[in-house]
Every structure is written in structure tokens, then in C-alpha cells.
Design a protein around this ligand. Sequence first.
Ligand SMILES: [Fe+2]
Length: 276
Amino acid sequence: MISRRTFIKGASGCAVGMVSVGSYSRFLEPRWVEISNVTIKINDLPKRFEGLKIVQLSDIHHCKYVSKDFIRKCVRKANALFPDVIVLTGDYVFSDQGYLPPVAKELSELRAKDGVFAVVGNHDDKDRTYDELHKNGIRLLINEHIVLYRAKEYIFIAGIDDIWKGDTDIKRALKGMDENPKILLSHNPDAIEIIQHEDVDFVISGHTHGGQVSFPFYGPPIVYSKFGTRYTAGLFCEKNTIMYVNRGIGVSNLPVRFFARPEITQFTIKNNLQCA
Ligand SMILES: [Fe+2]
């Protein structure tokens, strides 16, 4: 039989543990940004694009729990990587679209030699996001693509509308492309279902937040994907398409992160196809 003293000691230990985990997941981990370095190998990459550096920020979710100061720090971290291209893969706010102008203003400080390109997420009002991002020098790609030139060599960067809230049209996004490398921005990794049947080399996604809360030896109890935990975070290879799923910067629903640190990804693009 457990004595009263032992019970109180145990209960106190549990309470202290719970408060510590709560404080860590509420105040520490959501601000503890990890810079992930990922090498992506693409077949027949033109010589002038060897070593192309792409930096990704995703799921910023500016709201009362994800401050302008924190976003500014993330922008500085991204700029410090001296990227050639910066890509933003959607969800700039949580629900209140009034946060769009301030987050777009912070993102206007992003610096990349070849430009900043973006797609919308399921939390974004498409028209307002388009206006705010364009006003701040960021090109939003909705079922369309741009051609990135280096002298006479080029690659494509395309973006699709969100598959939950928008009108995704992958054919339109890729229309007119030739055999040169194709990089596609898609907020939601579930789009791989349609993308893997197309001629796309590399897909850059976000949306899952890495589950946002994940338990050691178990993983995340909730991932907003029709494929469950299959595309929670990291690098995947489907047929000839490589996909990376970034854990995002901000939080949604609950203002916590646990074993799913916020992430800025730095991709280095190299020649030859294989999962790195
Ligand atoms: Fe999100």
C-alpha cells in the first residue's frame, strides 16, 4: 500500500513534470527554429544552376501567438543564408485575415538574388494574399510558373492553388514547359497524388507542421492529411518526383509545439536524380 507521503511526493513530481512539459511546448519549442540543410539531386540540371540555394519558409500563421518579432527573426535567419531563391509555401495567417498586411510587410524584407515566390495555403484568402504579397515584391504563383534564367540556361518554378480551399490546376501550372527541370510549390503535400503523374522533379510543401505535437516512439497523434502520418515531414521520393515537407514556422489551433520544432529549410540543388 502506498503511504500518504509517497503519494504526495509522486503527485508533486508528476505536477512539476507536466508544468515543465507545458512550459517547454508553449514558450520554448515554438521559438526554437531549426535550419535544415537538404541536398536535392535533379536529373540534367543545367550547369549554371549547380549549387542553387533555395530557402523555404512555410506556415507562418501570423496571429496573436506568432508575433511580428518572431517573424522578423525568421526573416533575418533566412536572409543570413544568402539564398538565390526564397519560397513561401502558404498559410501566412491563422484565421484573421487582418494579420495579412503586417506579415506581408515583414516578408518584404526577405532578400534572394533570383526572387521570392509563394503559393497560398488553406488558411489564406487568395485575393487579399495576392494583393498584399505583390504589394511587397513577392510573386504569388496560382496554377502558373515562372522561368528562371541564368544566361541561356533555365529552370522552371511553378505553384499550384491549395488543394483544400482553391482550384488546383496542375496541368495549367505546367503548361508550356519543356524538358528542363521543374520545381513545384504546393502548400499541401497530399497534392503528390496528382503531381507524381506529371513531369515534376521536385515538390516543396508544408501544411502538416510536422504534426505540431509529436510523441517520442509514437509520432504525431494528428496530421491533417488524407494519408495520415505518411507525409508528416521531411524528404520523400515518389516515382521520379522528390518531395520535401517543411514543418513550418508558426502554430495553428493550439499555441504549442512538441517534438516538431519550427523549421527553415535550405535546399542545395545538384545534378543527378536520387533521394538524398
Ligand atoms: Fe499551416
